[in-house]
Design a protein around this ligand. Structure first.
Ligand code: PMP
Length: 428
């Protein structure tokens, strides 16, 4: 019978690294990645039949927990009507209207199939709209793997220690300015120097690809003001934070109005839906209305949209985000107390249903702080938790996610396991 180990061995014969996305490999923590077979609520089961409490939630989408019956029913109904038409469908209007209703900065929205596409398209649109070349991004922020954005990105890029990727010509990234996260003074200086040629600033307002680092309000507000002053567009990447840190996203927490917002993960509810949207005068520069080209064979796929639409409807139930935030808080507080009891330098924090765990004395404020994380201690903690059936992201550079299906019992079981794991760390 196949086991995780034998599957990994086999996978490596036909799939690069045995995985179809790098963070799935246990590159920094070591060992064979787990091959998952099924999932339900807060749990996943691997091919060995072992059960895990899941704090990855497919890297964000599974906010309702796995296999929510209403979502599954909506998907089945859509499947029965046909898998894809490559034509306009009514459901695409419904999801666009739902997004507009929830996010006031969105006047028009275009669906794509991944966060990468949303980021790539948003940048092209900002350049097309402004007629300018330069873009500003921040160290440790990840906006997908398109060429011009793959400079000092977070996520798998940090894990593997690649500040940039091979195969990206210098000419493509020469217009990408990479600045320090949470440093409004530096941003202002760069605008003073290059303001006339800056098309946009792109940011994760709560960064989730260098572990989790919330933007300081003064930093986020400075970029809004500078963009307005210099005629650049502000792109807030809510692929991870959208419908995750709050129903109206990170922009609602900061009271900031982006010109363009990117979505992904939760808006697909576990299927490939992402989007970018914003001001009507900007969005109408896209084909077929305007000269900025963007397209997709499976964009707005009817089955994926059915899944996303039902998810967006269910998260609007009264009290959903209060409960999600409360459960996530319970988790980080429980973990922090367990670490303290064991005498391990550790800190944790959450925003809505998203959290960060750090083997550091205090929570990080930017990329350089995150880079100081004690990876050896994290790896011992990670493997002890995994052995005990708790699945955290296999890297110190990833945020974690709680779903509405994570009950008190599930969180208590996690904290009980963490006591064992922290004791192991303390004994190192
Ligand atoms: N932006 C952010 C903030 C992300 O977290 C991610 C994925 N983790 C992306 C963009 C890219 O999305 P995708 O993996 O769907 O291409």
């Amino acid at each position: 019978m196949d086991t995780n180990d034998s599957l990994f061995e086999r996978a490596r014969q036909s799939i690069p690294g045995g995985v179809n996305s790098p963070v799935r490999a246990f590159g920094s923590v070591g060992g064979a990645p787990r091959f998952m077979k099924k999932a339900q609520g807060p749990y996943m089961w691997d091919e060995d039949g072992k059960r895990y409490i899941d704090y990855i939630g497919s890297w964000g989408p599974m906010i309702l927990g796995h296999n929510n019956p209403e979502v599954i029913r909506a998907v089945h109904e859509a499947v029965d009507m046909g898998l894809t038409f490559g034509c306009a469908t009514q459901r695409e209007i419904l999801i666009a209207e739902e997004i507009k209703k929830l996010i006031p900065s969105i006047e028009e929205v275009r669906l794509v199939s991944s966060g990468t596409e949303a980021g790539m398209s948003a940048i092209r649109l900002a350049r097309g709209y402004t007629g300018r070349n330069k873009i500003i991004k921040f160290e440790g922020c990840y906006h997908g793997h398109s060429d011009s954005l793959l400079v000092k990105a977070g996520s798998g890029m940090l894990t593997f220690g690649n500040p940039s990727s091979a195969g990206v010509p210098a000419g493509v990234t020469e217009h990408t300015l990479v600045l320090e996260y949470n440093n409004p003074e530096q941003l202002k200086e760069v605008f003073e120097q290059y303001g006339d040629d800056i098309a946009c600033v792109i940011v994760e307002a709560v960064a989730g690809n260098m572990n989790m680092v919330p933007g300081k309000p003064e930093f986020i507000h400075a970029m809004r003001e500078l963009c307005t002053q210099y005629g650049a567009l502000l792109i807030v990447d809510e692929v991870m934070t959208g419908f995750r840190v709050a129903l109206q996203g990170a922009q609602s927490l900061y009271g900031v109005t982006p010109d363009i917002t990117m979505f992904g993960k939760v808006i697909g509810g576990g299927m490939p839906v992402a989007a970018f949207g914003g001001r009507r005068d900007v969005m109408e520069k896209i084909a077929p209305c305007g000269p900025v080209y963007q397209a997709g064979t499976l964009s707005g796929n009817p089955v994926a949209v059915a899944c996303g639409l039902k998810t967006l409807q269910l998260i609007q139930e009264p009290g959903f985000y209060e409960r999600l935030s409360q459960q996530t808080k319970k988790l980080v507080e429980g973990l922090t107390a367990a670490a303290k009891e064991a005498g391990v330098a550790f800190c944790a924090q959450s925003v809505g249903g998203m959290f960060g765990l750090y083997f550091l004395d205090k929570c990080p404020e930017g990329f350089n702080d995150v880079m100081k994380s004690d990876t050896k201690r994290f790896n011992v903690f990670f493997h002890s938790m995994l052995d005990q059936g708790v699945y955290f992201a296999p890297s110190v550079f990833e945020a974690g996610f709680v779903s509405i299906a994570h009950t008190d019992e599930v969180i208590e079981e996690t904290i009980k396991a963490a006591k064992v794991a922290f004791a192991k760390v303390a004994a190192m």
